[in-house]
Design a protein around this ligand. Structure first.
Ligand SMILES: [Zn+2]
Length: 304
């Protein structure tokens, strides 16, 4: 899962830092226990909430959020957290990770790994960092956040261990579900990584967004993220969201959660040749995840 904005050199630096940690832990089997990582790195983790803000009662004079230094004069950390809607922070002077306890459990693991990522990268060392929902998303394009997300992915998916396991499976949502169990990460992050970091030769596309038949908010675009595998990127142009949503409507059932079905979808490549993909969709009620996997070149059936 190398974000396009990271240079190969930066990615390699991050991989080295993560590799040192994993070696320090004796190259563990999945799932990675973050408490072991914290112990090795001597990191302190605390939670804050609206009712318990004891770890936010300190005065700070600078804070970096999404790559920008904010705060003109010293203020209370608590106020910055509220005003900027921060979900997680890293305070380098105490080697402390602060997590918003109101975040869903499933997200805490990624958020914590993201902050561990900040703590690992020497060039983030002096920054007091605050994270919002956006900066904690693997697709964030702010450089230092993309770096922390890259480190988080390297840690939680144990570098090449995930790719090796994923390459051993047939592409599809069943494989994502199985690997979610093995590595102990969320359905969404596992799904994201599967598409970006496995089956290098297979064009795959991942869609994350609203239910095609029951959009919670019809004013929003139907898809929040479109993830293209490296092979997809090299052979196909990006598709318009409305065409993708139309494809989903063609086969998705009207139930609200669980598997919504599968269907073949034709996609033209950069040269104008048509290919068949198998799309399958799963709804976890919050999001719909769709995985499209290359099947074969399209051949028109000629009748008599
Ligand atoms: Zn961050």
């Amino acid at each position: 899962m190398r974000n396009v904005i990271l240079s190969r050199g930066t990615a390699a630096d991050i991989e080295n830092q993560v590799n040192k940690v994993l070696r320090g832990l004796g190259n563990p089997e999945p799932p990675l226990r973050l408490e072991d990582v914290r112990e090795l790195l001597k990191l302190d983790r605390r939670y804050y909430s609206t009712t318990d803000d004891s770890y936010l009662r300190e005065t700070i004079s600078k804070l970096t959020v999404a790559g920008a230094q904010i705060m003109k004069r010293p203020g209370l950390l608590l106020e910055a957290v509220r005003k900027l809607d921060l979900r997680a922070l890293y305070l380098p002077d105490r080697k402390r990770i602060l997590l918003d306890s109101a975040q869903p459990d499933a997200k805490q693991r990624w958020n914590e790994a993201h902050e561990i990522g900040h703590s690992l990268l020497p060039w983030h060392e002096d920054l007091m960092l605050g994270d919002q929902e956006q900066t904690l998303t693997p697709g964030c394009h702010v450089e230092i956040e993309a770096e922390a997300n890259y480190a988080a992915g390297q840690l939680l998916f144990l570098q090449s261990q995930f790719r090796i396991a994923a390459n051993d499976s047939a592409p599809g949502l069943a494989a994502v579900r199985a690997l979610k169990g093995t590595f102990g990460n969320t359905y969404t992050t596992t799904f994201w990584r599967y598409i970006e970091d496995s089956h290098k030769e297979v064009p795959m596309i991942g869609l994350i967004g609203q239910h095609p038949h029951f959009p919670k908010d019809a004013s929003q675009p139907g898809l929040r993220h479109v993830i293209e595998s490296p092979a997809f990127k090299s052979k196909f142009d990006s598709l318009a969201n409305e065409n993708l949503v139309r494809a989903l409507r063609s086969y998705c059932q009207h139930r609200k959660s669980g598997p919504l079905g599968a269907g073949e979808v034709n996609i033209a490549d950069k040269r104008g040749d048509t290919h068949v993909f198998l799309f399958e969709t799963f709804s976890n009620t919050y999001d719909c995840l769709t995985m499209g996997t290359y099947v074969r070149p399209y051949t028109r059936v000629v009748g008599f």
